[in-house]
Design a protein around this ligand. Structure first.
Ligand code: GUN
Length: 291
């Protein structure tokens, strides 16, 4: 069996169209959605992500503000910028691109962002709200994965779901969302003993481990839904320089029922959900203003 390829670009285009319409309605009411993006240092991958986020905002009619700081900036200077953005009523979302250089206490930076502007969903209060199943800003990558499952009509309730990866950005919130949706969830990592015994049980397998082609075809249950969150650049072999995911796509697609490619799978949905969270934040601000 050859899997159906779940094209994240096609789904993203549809969802971004809806987001742009909502942004236009808000702008007409006098509330132009606005995202502030903070980038510290010159990590090339972070620079690409930030450029793509800003470009996507522009296309969707969301105003963007970008603040670039040198790698050796004093942490207080960035904290002062965040404090100013917190106070600015024209700003609805604040995103600090991670990772940060070592002079930063990453948790303290994330806690400094106002909860109601935390469109990344990384503030401890939003994390807690998500774990309690309350309304919260949901981290963009796992949020995008849930949108993809929903769009494909994948039944989550009662399904066996296995997440490989336990990061705060993807693995943990992904597990929480699947739990909230009624799946039976196992969270593994690259060191999990007998990993394949876990992954072979998965109806839904989410790979977010950050290792190129880590998930092999024989680790996948025939017909499973395989979501590949990894974005790795190959450094050697015939494909050196190319991007690949955490799943050995060419072999895995012959076993899986549905699979996401890299690039063009989860990646575009991450940015789409950032836009969605920003417009949602602006809508809440507009509603608060009219009360
Ligand atoms: N670094 C890698 N992924 C992300 C993300 O989703 N948000 C932020 N702020 N930084 C990241």
């Amino acid at each position: 069996m050859t899997a159906r390829i779940l094209d994240g670009n096609v789904l993203s285009a549809r969802v971004r169209g809806e987001i742009a319409e909502r942004a236009a309605v808000l702008a007409a009411e006098g509330v132009q959605p606005c995202l502030a993006v903070v980038l510290v240092g010159d990590d090339p991958a972070s620079a690409v992500y930030v450029r793509n986020k800003v470009a996507a905002c522009d296309k969707a009619g969301i105003r963007s503000l970008r603040y670039d700081f040198p790698r050796d900036v004093a942490a207080d200077e960035v904290m002062a910028r965040i404090a100013a953005l917190n106070e600015d009523p024209a700003v609805h979302g604040i995103l600090v691109q991670l990772p940060l250089p070592p002079q930063f206490d990453e948790a303290a930076v994330l806690e400094a962002i106002r909860v109601d502007k935390d469109v990344d969903g990384f503030h401890a209060e939003n994390v807690g709200r998500l774990s309690q199943g309350q309304q919260a800003f949901i981290p963009c990558t796992p949020h995008g994965v849930m949108k993809m499952l929903e769009a494909e009509g994948v039944p989550v309730q009662g399904a066996e779901a296995v997440v490989i990866g336990r990061s705060n950005i993807v693995g943990k919130p992904m597990a929480m969302l699947l739990i909230n949706a009624g799946a039976t969830v196992t969270v593994c990592n690259s060191k999990t003993r007998n990993l394949a015994a876990h992954t072979r049980r998965a109806d839904i397998l989410v790979a977010a481990v950050g290792r190129p082609r880590f998930v092999k075809a024989d680790m996948i249950k025939p017909g499973a839904v395989v979501i590949d969150v990894g974005i790795n650049r190959l450094t050697d072999g015939p494909d050196a320089g190319k991007l690949c995911g955490d799943v050995d796509f060419a072999a895995a697609k012959e076993v899986a029922g549905i699979i996401t490619p890299v690039p063009g799978g989860v990646g575009p949905m991450t940015i789409t959900m950032l836009l969605a969270n920003t417009v949602e934040s602006a809508a809440r601000a507009a509603q608060a203003r009219s009360q």
